[in-house]
Design a protein around this ligand. Structure first.
Ligand code: UDP
Ligand code: MG
Length: 317
């Protein structure tokens, strides 16, 4: 039986915390009674520099409810890093960690399924949104377009999965090897390579409070989601350079014909030719420099190069 820790990031969530704690406690009690998790399982709320009474509430819940633990970050670092802090703290005591937003928009019933999959031997279980009707139209469509774009860039992501997932201790240990600051968990976790599966997540409206993610924050996260995993945009510069070179060759023919036929004013031919030619050389050079910068970027992140799943060996010596 695993010891489960449910990690939940909270930023100005005073309106929903008590409700959320009640629901999660009831869930833990149910799972303990069903003999699926150890009685020492608990919830770990991570206060991400809230400016309201969130932390006071967590302290109070911790005093009165043995299932509630809290972690208070010194300032606001954003939900990705807050979730990371919670997971890394829980890793010391947990066999499995489930991360879920404090607003409980995700399907609580899916947590039991996640445990079942974990017991079957999966290290990572992704909650995948089967219906996003609770999301506003603009958010839904931009989010889905974004997943498609990431796929087109060769980034491995799980379609319609956000940060609702279960991870085993082994997967968390692997995740701990990623020291990067521009954290985009949804991109890193599929790279870990451990056995993974998905469960359905029917999301619903927020019960109280409002979203802490405005479109500016979402856009910044989306930029992280691409630039932290792909140097493909740099390669596009080279493509642009080659295209310009091709155009300059066509222009050369056109300009030459116009020159021979005396269709152009003096100076136009040389101007036109140098314009396209220099343009393509500049773009190509930028692309070449970009390739090196891309390599430096990948090296500097110091991501692990592999994770070991199993090592069969006879006794040493
Ligand atoms: N959150 C956080 N730090 C932030 C912003 C959000 O820890 O700077 C938490 C928030 O409390 C919630 C989760 O991240 O538990 C997801 O936020 P929200 O529900 O507002 O986003 P949405 O579901 O609307 O995308
Ligand atoms: Mg939410």
């Amino acid at each position: 039986m695993p010891r489960l820790v449910i990690v939940s990031p909270c930023y100005n969530e005073e309106a929903i915390l008590v409700y959320s704690a009640g629901e999660l406690t009831a869930l833990l009690e149910r799972l303990i009674a069903a003999g699926k998790i150890l009685p020492t399982s608990h919830v770990l709320y991570v206060n991400d520099g809230s400016r309201d009474r969130t932390w006071e509430l967590i302290e109070e819940l911790h005093r009165t409810n043995p299932f509630i633990d809290g972690l208070c970050l010194a300032g606001n670092v954003g939900s990705e890093l807050a979730v990371m802090a919670g997971m890394m703290t829980a890793r010391d005591v947990a066999d499995a960690v489930v991360t879920i937003d404090a607003d409980l928009q995700d399907d609580l019933a899916a947590i039991e399924e996640m445990i079942d999959r974990y017991l079957e031997g999966y290290d990572i279980v992704y909650g995948v949104k089967v219906s996003r009707v609770a999301d506003p139209f603009l958010k839904r469509t931009t989010a889905q377009a974004f997943y498609r774009m990431q796929e087109a860039m060769g980034i491995r992501v799980i379609y319609n999965h956000t940060n609702f997932r279960l991870m085993s201790r082994r997967a968390l240990d692997a995740l701990a090897c990623y020291p990067e600051r521009n954290l985009y968990l949804r991109g890193i976790i599929p790279q870990l390579g451990y056995p993974s599966t998905t469960v359905d997540d029917v999301i619903r409206e927020r019960v109280a409070g409002e979203t802490k993610y405005n479109y500016r924050k979402l856009l910044l996260l989306a930029v992280d989601g691409i630039t932290s995993f792909s140097t493909r945009p740099i390669s596009w510069i080279i493509g642009g350079g080659l295209l310009c070179l091709l155009i300059s060759i066509c222009m050369a023919v056109y300009v030459l014909v116009s020159y021979i036929e005396h269709l152009s004013v003096p100076g136009w031919a040389s101007l036109m030719l140098s314009l396209w030619f220099i343009g393509s050389i500049v773009l190509l050079s930028l692309g070449v420099i970009g390739q090196y910068i891309g390599k430096i970027y990948i090296e500097i992140k110091q991501r692990p190069r592999y994770h070991i799943a199993q090592h069969l060996q006879h006794n040493d010596q």
